[in-house]
Structures are given as C-alpha cells and as structure tokens.
Design a protein around this ligand. Structure first.
Ligand code: ZN
Length: 157
C-alpha cells in the first residue's frame, strides 16, 4: 500500500465535479486500499478520491467497524437533521458546524463491483455526506457563515 499525498485547500482539484467510475478494475481496488491506508495514517474517518488527486467518484469511510468503500455513491433518502462540527483532512485547523440529515440511505458500487445500498445514521451518515460533497467540489468552508469566515481572516493576520 502506498501513502498518498493529500491535496490541501485551495487546490483546484477539490473544486471539480468528479467523473463517474465506469468499472471497478484492479486500479480502482488499489486506489481504495491506498486511500484507506492514507486516511488511517492521517487519522481521518473518511476520504474522497479528489483529496488524493483523483477526480473520480470514489469515497471511503471507516469508524472502526469495517471500512466502507463506495464508487458512484448516491444519497437516495434522507431523514431528520443533526448539527455537528466537522473537520477535513484537506483543510487542516478549521472546523465548521454543519447541519445535515441525521439518517441516509446511500447507494453505490462496492470494491467488488457489486451494487449495494446502505442505511446509515449519526456520525457515519455525516461522514458519508461529507465525502459525497467532495465529489461535487463542495467543501466544509462553503457551509460557514459570514461571522466564521471573518474569524478565520482575523486569525490568519
Ligand atoms: Zn473532507
């Protein structure tokens, strides 16, 4: 397994809409494994392919109960709301409080190439939504209010 380089904000690739994965080949399987290795190395609980410089619709998440690897993930149902602070390996030192659905049903293709559907709630649902955002070029800073952005500016000075 290879330790990949994490792209940091404001890298352009983080803002691109990623292309769908056509097929799970050895290349995608290796990418899943390398992403997992890299995420664990940096102490993350989720990672999206654009964060390692690959503009494809691939995400992973692991909260210690087995890794979730998904290609072409799609959130098909949402329920409830929940507010929590989120961080991102691509934007170190910044946390943003984000309101998201509490429970989701997500569909995609797993590392074996099989279509799967998962029901997730609480933190894991949040991580999956955060990673799906990455595939559309959306970042946690986009959820921040004006006051928060102003505070970051002051901090940078
Ligand atoms: Zn992130």
């Amino acid at each position: 397994m290879e330790l990949l380089d994490i792209k940091k904000y404001p890298a352009k690739i983080l803002r691109k809409r990623c292309s769908p994965v056509e097929e799970i080949t050895e290349k995608e399987k290796r990418l899943f494994e390398d992403m997992l290795f890299t995420m664990r190395h940096f102490g993350g609980i989720g990672l999206a392919a654009p964060q390692v410089g690959v503009s494809k619709r691939l995400i992973i998440a692991d909260m210690g109960e087995g890794a979730i690897k998904l290609a072409n993930p799609e959130i098909v149902e949402i329920k409830g709301t929940d507010k929590m602070e989120e961080g991102c390996l691509s934007i170190p030192d910044i946390k943003v409080e984000i309101e998201r659905p509490y429970e989701i049903i997500i569909r995609g293709v797993d590392a074996k190439g099989d279509s799967i559907e998962l029901k997730a709630e609480a933190l894991i649902a949040r991580v999956l939504q955060h990673e799906v955002d990455h595939l559309d070029g959306k970042l946690i800073v986009d959820y921040a209010g004006l006051l928060e952005r102003f505070k970051w500016k002051l901090r940078k000075k």
